[in-house]
Design a protein around this ligand. Structure first.
Ligand code: BTN
Length: 256
């Protein structure tokens, strides 16, 4: 039976331990479909017509890209800060891309994957209940990014421009599933500590940024996060400045 967020007549199901895959031809948003699935499910579609990005931005989902949401179980009684899940997802994407021989992708805090200044992938984590998270991921792979570039905040790039031969979306979906499963399981036991080391490498450059909070804007070079996940910058006077993550509305990279 189709739900309002399920536009497709045909939905296929398959298995990729521990994940159960639900594939729609066309959907509004895989994040909406995934919230009704059990943990360790994958909701994926070929074309996504109403994809959401962060800050309620539209996310274009043409054929050729990967539009997918993974559901993971959360233990509400554990001391793990589930707010760090976007970092887990971002690292999983980097390691999946690295396994294809691509080492140039980087993270922009908290959850964008870029190559240089161009956006390759985006992550939208939602928690429909206290015991499950939906990790929505969009990756430009073979889709036509040129025709939508003027409608996007960041200039886009796609995997096919960096990996040759470049796999199809379904193969990338499985690759990410494997990396996400491993990293999530480690994180669910040991928390942020377990991923601090790969994260320190993930930002790649100390780019100039503006960090916006309700009270003030901070300017400096982004150097990473501290041991509890707060972004750190070095300001113009050489001072290390730590900004509490929960106060941050947005981080913008300043490109001159
Ligand atoms: C962002 O960069 O702003 C996050 C983009 C997240 C897009 C993905 S595509 C699959 C999933 N379904 C959605 O509606 N959004 C996410």
């Amino acid at each position: 039976m189709n739900t309002p967020s399920d536009k497709s007549e045909s939905k296929e199901e398959s298995n990729c331990q521990p994940w159960e895959i639900h594939h729609w031809g066309e959907a509004f948003s895989t994040n909406d479909l995934a919230r009704n699935l059990a943990p360790w499910s994958i909701a994926v579609c070929t074309v996504q017509s109403n994809g959401r990005g962060r800050f309620n931005r539209r996310w274009f989902g043409e054929k050729g890209g990967l539009w997918v949401s993974y559901t993971v179980p959360l233990d509400p009684s554990s001391s793990i800060n589930w707010g760090h899940l976007p970092l887990v997802a971002g690292l999983s994407l980097l390691s999946a891309f690295e396994s294809l021989g691509m080492t140039t992708a980087r993270l922009r805090w908290p959850n964008d994957v870029l190559v240089g200044r161009s956006k390759l992938a985006g992550i939208l984590v939602e928690r429909p209940s206290s015991d499950m998270a939906v990790i929505g991921i969009g990756v430009n792979i073979h889709n036509d990014i040129e025709s939508i570039a003027d409608q996007l905040q960041d200039p886009p790039t796609k995997l096919a421009n960096h990996v040759s031969p470049c796999p199809q979306p379904n193969e990338i979906m499985t690759l990410i599933a494997n990396h996400l499963e491993n990293l999530f399981k480690t994180f669910a036991i040991s928390g942020l500590d377990a991923i601090l080391e790969p994260l320190a490498r993930a930002w790649k450059e100390n780019l100039p940024v503006k960090i916006l909070t309700d009270d003030q804007d901070y300017f400096g070079r982004f150097v990473g996060i501290d041991s509890v996940g707060n972004p750190q910058i070095i300001d113009d006077s050489g001072q290390l400045c730590t900004i509490p993550a929960h106060l941050i509305n947005r981080l913008v990279e300043n490109h001159s």
